[in-house]
Design a protein around this ligand. Structure first.
Ligand code: SAJ
Length: 414
């Protein structure tokens, strides 16, 4: 038997909401907190304000059984899980203000024996900072950084590592890294994760756990940068990069990732900067990989401009706007940046194709884009720019595009 009868999840976004719903589905009372009234109201109606497969059913069940309740106010609980954003500021320095605000919100409600878990991806040292902030706000409680064996509260970092689009499976099946401020903290946090995680729980200290998460996403970023650089080298040398990668990957110890129009999403393009910020002298390759990936959309734009120069009144169709295949998430998407820039710079008549959305969010309507169907794009465009490998585009036959100039950043026609 565990001694967690009520869990509070602070931040009900892409990580917090699925986590809250999964814990509630195990029969534990969950109190979700978010600053957005819209999010809170939507959840309390048993609905969701984000897109993730099957999450709607899970939230609906959790709310209708009374196990999940959302609020803009914090209240007492046995566990506080923090899942708020950690973006970077203009100078690529991490912005911890959401975490600090979360600590300020929960501080009056924390009591002896409570467990506080940071799930947000964070720079090394953030979990220790939480302990210090809380120590200042609650001098009556003994914190684990100063009282290793006898703290009143337990604090740990357990970074989320789920893949958008597969969150509900990965929340349960992934192994978890659990970094305690002290070994007792890690042990206590593990008891919580064992309520719903089928993967292994691996215990370490908080700093190593923080670095592990940043390392995972930087590893991927560096590998994607390698693929993106190869694609530019191959264009220069007039070699088909897709064929090249397929051949090289037949070596038993080579596994090159796929080039694309750049790296999108809110994690891989952000987290490596946290390493660069804390060790700028040492993290040379990690920084360079970020720069290579950030430069890729400009390279694609230049290719499109060159192709457009060949037409008097070029019609250009951008196939895909989301940040990766078969999702509707447009945030931090290089595909969207490319479509926006081509439209703004009036490189021609630009058609936007995104089969996963019905209309564009208001912010993008200022560009007066033409959101059209794939069918219309195929009828009208001279140039097709493949930006996302959505399944609808994968089923195109070479004959469908034979008469077009195709700039294929995803190797669909490789
Ligand atoms: N991409 C490529 N080529 C590839 C693979 C990806 O260009 O071969 C691009 C995608 O098109 C996309 C971006 O990279 O624009 C990121 O996509 P992704 O699928 O690699 O990763 P995310 O951002 O959806 O989720 C990542 C995951 N991290 C790792 O795989 C190491 C996920 O497990 C993390 O939980 C998530 O970041 C996070 O929240 O940190």
């Amino acid at each position: 038997m565990h001694d967690f009868s009520k869990i509070s999840v602070i931040g009900l976004g892409y990580i917090g909401l699925p986590t809250a719903a999964v814990i509630a589905s195990r029969g534990v009372q969950v109190h979700g907190v978010d600053i957005s009234e819209h999010a809170v109201d939507t959840i309390n109606q048993g609905k969701i304000h984000i897109v993730e497969p099957d999450l709607d059913m899970l939230v609906q069940a959790a709310v209708s059984t009374g196990k999940l309740k959302a609020s803009t106010e914090a209240e007492a609980a046995d566990v506080f899980m923090i899942a708020v954003p950690t973006p970077f500021q203009g100078d690529k320095k991490p912005d911890l203000s959401f975490i600090e605000a979360a600590i300020n919100t929960i501080a009056p409600h924390v009591s002896k024996g409570n467990l506080i878990i940071l799930e947000s991806t964070s720079p090394v040292g953030t979990t220790e900072k939480i302990a210090q902030w809380l120590a200042e706000l609650r001098p009556d409680l003994r914190m684990p950084h100063a009282n290793t064996d006898q703290s009143d509260v337990f604090i740990a970092h357990c970074p989320e590592r789920v893949l958008p689009g597969r969150v509900l499976q990965e929340l349960v099946s992934n192994d978890r890294i659990i970094g305690g401020i002290s070994p007792r903290c890690a042990q206590k946090a593990m008891e919580l994760y064992q309520l719903f995680v089928r993967g292994e729980c691996l215990l370490t200290d908080a700093r190593t756990a923080e670095m592990a998460k940043l390392t995972e996403n930087s590893f991927r970023d560096v590998n994607i940068a390698f693929a993106n650089e190869l694609s530019m080298v191959c264009d220069h040398l007039k070699i088909n990069v897709w064929e090249l990668i397929q051949l090289a990957n037949r070596h038993p110890r080579v596994n090159i990732l796929s080039p694309g129009p750049g790296v999108g999403g809110h994690c891989i393009a952000v987290d490596p900067w946290f390493i660069v910020d804390s060790a700028p002298e040492q993290a040379k390759m990690i920084r360079l990989a970020r720069e290579v990936n950030d430069a890729k959309p400009h390279y694609v734009m230049d290719r499109v401009k060159k192709a457009a120069d060949e037409f008097k009144k070029p019609v250009i169709a951008c196939l895909g706007l989301a940040f990766k295949a078969d999702i509707d998430d447009l945030r931090e998407s290089p595909a969207l940046d490319i479509a926006k820039a081509l439209t703004e710079q009036r490189i021609g008549e630009v058609l936007w194709v995104e089969p996963n959305i019905r209309s564009l969010p208001k912010a993008y309507q200022a560009f007066t884009p033409q959101l059209v169907t794939l069918h219309e794009a195929l009828e009208r465009a001279h140039i097709l720019v493949v930006l996302v490998d959505h399944k609808q585009f994968k089923s195109l036959k070479p004959g469908d595009v034979a008469a077009k100039v195709v700039i294929d950043t995803r190797g669909l026609f490789g």
